[in-house]
Each structure stands twice: as structure tokens, then as C-alpha cells.
Write a protein that binds this ligand. Structure first.
Ligand SMILES: Nc1ncnc2c1ncn2[C@@H]1O[C@H](COP(=O)(O)OP(=O)(O)OP(=O)(O)O)[C@@H](O)[C@H]1O
Ligand SMILES: [Mg+2]
Length: 163
């Protein structure tokens, strides 16, 4: 079951969507970012960092499994692209490490079974050179709420027309 879909027409728009998501995050939140190479997972994470008031630049970290950025909450950014075995993720103890902050994971499909079952999955699909579709797929009550808030156009805004 999918959730709300947001279109993005540019890298800047993906960043803005990320920033809006970042502002809504709470300690312990887990975001799984799925999409092809170059779809915009890191761009979205940069926006999330911005929304969390992280000052350092969030970088693409394919050679490092886990990076940490300090903001309103600490952003733990994992990139599992280079992961050789899912068991390596267990060693990282991502959920425990990130618990006081926020965890964002690129390439979660490398280790689904090792990642928290309750999460917000963001699927990014290319829909043209500069167009993307971001689908928010919540797993768990907290994330259903978060997905609904992302679907609402304005802050404190109206409900989606067809719930
Ligand atoms: N609407 C858009 N949203 C996000 N990125 C876009 C968009 N349109 C074009 N792009 C381009 O797509 C690329 C996205 O790169 P990014 O590093 O974020 O991808 P990624 O999903 O993290 O890739 P990887 O799997 O290699 O980590 C950038 O070069 C960006 O400029
Ligand atoms: Mg990336």
C-alpha cells in the first residue's frame, strides 16, 4: 500500500520537500530512501539536513556507511550502496546509534531485513530529466501521521481532498 505522492520538477524542489520533511522530524524517526542511482536520495537528504538546521553540507557518502551531522537533531545518514552483506548493517546497530536523532538510509534494499520495520519509506522515481515522483510509504502509526503531514499542502493546512 502506497501513500501520498509529491511531484518534484527540479533538484531545488526535491531539496525543499526534504526541508519540509526535516522540520517535521522527531527523535527516533527512521527514513528509508529508495531510488535508482542519481534519482535524488542524497539531494533529498540535503534538504532534510536543512530542515533539521544542520550547518555542514550533507555529502554523498557511498564509501562511508554512516555519516553524522549535527543540527536541531543529529542526522545519521547511511548509504548502503557498497554494502557487501546485510549482516554488516547489524554490526552498525543503526537503530540504536540513531535513536536520539534521525536516521536516513539510502539503498535500504541492500538490507531490508536488518532495518527498522517501522519507518517512512520514500520512493523516488525519475519522471523525466528533471522530474521526479516521491512516494511516501508509511510503516507504523507515527509514519502514517508524518506521510499525511507531507501530503498536506500548507502547514496546518487543509486535508487532502480524498483522504
Ligand atoms: N527533480 C530532481 N530532484 C532531485 N535531483 C534531481 C532532479 N532533477 C535532476 N536531478 C539531478 O539528479 C541527481 C541526483 O543526485 P543524488 O546524488 O541526489 O542521487 P542519489 O539518488 O543519491 O544517487 P546515488 O544512488 O548515486 O547515491 C543530481 O545530479 C540532481 O541535480
Ligand atoms: Mg546518494
Amino acid at each position: 500500500m502506497d501513500g501520498p505522492v509529491l511531484p518534484s520538477r527540479s533538484p531545488a524542489e526535491t531539496r525543499r520537500i526534504g526541508a519540509r520533511l526535516g522540520r517535521l522530524l522527531e527523535p527516533g524517526d527512521v527514513l528509508l530512501l529508495q531510488g535508482e542511482l542519481g534519482s535524488g536520495k542524497t539531494m533529498l537528504t540535503q534538504g532534510i539536513g536543512q530542515g533539521l538546521a544542520v550547518e555542514e553540507p550533507v555529502k554523498s557518502s557511498s564509501y562511508v556507511l554512516l555519516n553524522e551531522y549535527h543540527g536541531r537533531l543529529t542526522l545519521y545518514h547511511a548509504d548502503l550502496y557498497r554494502l557487501e552483506e546485510p549482516a554488516q548493517v547489524a554490526e552498525l546497530a543503526l537503530e540504536e546509534v540513531a535513536e536520539p536523532g534521525v536516521l536516513a538510509v539510502e539503498w535500504p534494499e541492500r538490507a531490508w531485513e536488518e532495518l527498522p520495520p517501522e519507518h517512512l519509506l520514500v520512493r523516488i522515481e525519475e519522471a523525466g530529466l528533471r522530474e521526479r515522483r516521491l512516494t511516501f510509504v508509511p510503516r507504523g502509526e507515527r509514519y502514517e501521521q508524518l506521510a499525511q503531514r507531507m501530503a498536506a499542502r500548507r502547514r496546518g493546512g487543509r486535508k487532502a481532498a480524498d483522504g
